[in-house]
Design a protein around this ligand. Structure first.
Ligand SMILES: Nc1ncnc2c1ncn2[C@@H]1O[C@H](COP(=O)(O)OP(=O)(O)OP(=O)(O)O)[C@@H](O)[C@H]1O
Length: 591
């Protein structure tokens, strides 16, 4: 129960409702337990009549009528109270589930990219849905049934002992056995259902993967192979399901058997005691049979509740594991920072802790606000890492990274990120309209602003070519768009934000050189007063930048303007000449 203590703050939050729920439960059970008593009274009235203690038909009728009315009244009141019991206690569990989900989600948001790299998305989703769901079962049904069982048991036992003490002892003997059997059964059910869950989760992740990669599957003609894999997995999943059903089908027969045994004991022992004159009325036997049936289910739930609590404890442990992780990147101040856009790297070193790759080895450069920088270099040379460090997605390891002469980790994180427009290498679009995807950069943007940004990003014409224009819904990861269209929508999203710092990570790689030229011209006009960094493999994207640096294996090997760099031997000049000859070859082919 140590892990579940995390929920105490929520119980405290809803303590008013919790107390009301408990009180309602107690009163509801008291009313429910009137019935066996009243049934016994019916027997007593009938016996009195048979034994000629009461002779008037009228008296008998009115006595029976009165008891029946009491039974109906008690059942109605108990029913209404049970409704409110569920309304309060089960509602609390839903509120706590909501709070806990939000707590976990908000915590996830604060965690750095490193956390997301170290943990699988499926696992993150499982903890926020499946695990929180299991914890809810503890908060709601488990607590409700426990209160219910304790109340019912205590009140019923008092009534029963008052009525016939030795018969009570015989009656309750099978109940602990029942509880133990149900507990063992629940444990086995839980074990098997966990395996079933794992297979279902395999099945859904592998299905999801094959649908996401459907174009590759079709292109390589491996539909039959993927179908066979799916078939095999679903076959095993079916077997696991059947093994679960085999055990869970035992649950109700077991209950019926034990209720039957208890009833037999009551009838047999009660019958003997009646013959011996230890109990006065046959009504007592009827009363006890009702008690046995009323108590069996709550007693069975003791075993069930125990297994729910164990599952909830395990789930809460998994949730707490993530909640305990402190974010690597935190906001140092609540005071907003005013960011102009001067960037300075002073001998910056950075190593990715998970792979131990030293991506930057002493990088230094200065970029004044309003100026542009192009970063060129082979793949894996550390270009994207520089952009990630400016967005403070990671903290530097050694050296200094200054923004407006302030170390980056002293700036207000929200102000920093608000002042950056970032176009990542792999343009990610949400399953939403194009309009909303662009507005993501500025939620209150007008339609005119959206259109203007799309025009600057050279994607407006494509968008209006779609039937629904800006209201076109993009499929999962914008699958209906070409790579170049996705990149340009992603650029529009950054432009609309009108950021102080614009970071483009190889974001023109999928557009042709003519469109690239147009976008760069617009960016040139737009980026007046903005600090722009363009990462690229193409000289055409870099040549107009105020400054160009060439990275190789995490070090700056060349820097200067386009004119300066094409006049010295090195990577930049070779790349320039190579791309120049490719362009003239293409021109020759076209002419
Ligand atoms: N999230 C990460 N975790 C671990 N290692 C990483 C991560 N991102 C990049 N790396 C490694 O760091 C090095 C630099 O990567 P980076 O993405 O900065 O290169 P790049 O120059 O942008 O490459 P490309 O041109 O292919 O995009 C590479 O060796 C890469 O494998």
């Amino acid at each position: 129960m140590k892990e579940l203590q995390h929920l105490n703050k929520y119980f405290l939050k809803y303590k008013g409702q919790l107390i009301i729920g408990i009180l309602i439960t107690i009163v509801a059970r008291i009313f429910l337990l009137f019935t066996p008593r009243l049934v016994k009274n019916i027997f007593v009235v009938v016996e009195n009549y048979k034994n000629n203690l009461v002779t008037s038909n009228r008296t008998i009728q009115s006595e029976l009528g009165e008891i029946i009315l009491y039974i109906i009244g008690a059942a109605i009141i108990a029913g209404i109270l049970t409704f409110f019991m569920r309304q309060t206690l089960i509602n609390i569990s839903r509120y706590i589930e909501f709070d806990l989900k939000n707590e976990v989600y908000q915590h996830y948001q604060k965690l750095s990219l490193k956390f997301y790299k170290n943990n699988r998305t499926g696992d993150l989703m499982n903890r926020i849905s499946e695990d929180v769901g299991r914890v809810r079962m503890y908060v709601g049904p488990a607590i409700m049934y426990s209160i219910n069982t304790v109340t019912l048991f205590v009140i019923a036992l008092i009534y029963m002992f008052n009525e016939a003490p030795s018969l009570t002892l015989y009656t309750i003997v099978p109940l602990p056995i029942l509880s133990v059997i149900i507990y063992k059964l629940s444990k086995e059910i839980h074990k098997r259902s966990t395996i079933v869950q794992q297979y279902l989760s395999h099945l859904s992740s592998s299905t999801q993967e094959s649908f996401s990669g459907i174009s590759i599957i079709k292109a390589y003609g491996i539909e039959a192979q993927t179908s066979a894999d799916f078939n095999e997995l679903s076959q095993t999943s079916k077997e696991k399901q059947l093994s679960l059903v085999r055990v869970s089908s035992l649950f109700f027969p077991m209950m019926i058997l034990l209720i039957g045994i208890s009833n037999l004991i009551v009838i047999y022992v009660g019958g003997l005691q009646y013959i011996n004159g230890e109990i006065e009325s046959l009504g007592t036997i009827a009363e006890f049979i009702i008690y046995v049936n009323m108590l069996t289910w709550p007693v069975a739930t003791v075993g069930w509740v125990t297994s729910i609590v164990q599952q909830a404890e395990a789930s809460q442990k998994r949730i707490n594991e993530f909640l305990k992780i402190t974010p690597d990147i935190t906001n140092p101040t609540i005071e907003p920072s005013d960011i102009t856009g001067n960037i300075e790297f002073k001998n910056v070193h950075f190593t990715y802790s998970d792979t131990n790759i030293e991506a930057l080895k002493g990088v230094s450069f200065t970029l004044e606000h309003g100026k542009s920088l192009a970063i060129i270099g082979k793949t894996g040379s550390g270009k994207s890492t520089i952009l990630d460090l400016i967005g403070r997605l990671y903290d530097i390891e050694k050296g200094q990274l200054l923004i407006d002469n302030t170390p980056i980790d002293k700036l207000n994180l929200t102000s920093l990120r608000d002042s950056i427009g970032y176009v990542p290498q792999d343009a990610f679009l949400f399953s939403d309209t194009i309009n909303n995807n662009i507005k993501f950069g500025k939620e209150d943007a007008t339609d005119e602003e959206v259109i203007q940004a799309a025009k600057y990003a050279q994607v407006h014409k494509n968008i209006i070519g779609f039937n629904k224009g800006y209201e076109t819904i993009l499929g999962e990861r914008g699958i209906t768009l070409s790579g170049g269209q996705k990149q340009r929508i992603s650029i529009a999203r950054a432009i609309i934000k009108d950021p102080k710092i614009l970071l483009l990570d190889d974001s023109l790689s999928a557009v042709d050189t003519e469109t690239e030229e147009k976008i760069l011209n617009h960016l040139n006009n737009l980026s007046k007063g903005k600090t722009t960094i363009i990462v690229s493999h193409r000289v055409s994207s870099a040549k107009n930048a105020d400054k160009i640096i060439v990275l190789d294996e995490g070090k700056i090997v060349q820097s200067g303007s386009h004119e300066a760099l094409i006049n010295v031997d090195g990577y930049y000049k070779h790349l320039y000449l190579k791309q120049l000859s490719e362009t003239s070859n293409t021109d020759n082919l076209n002419s």
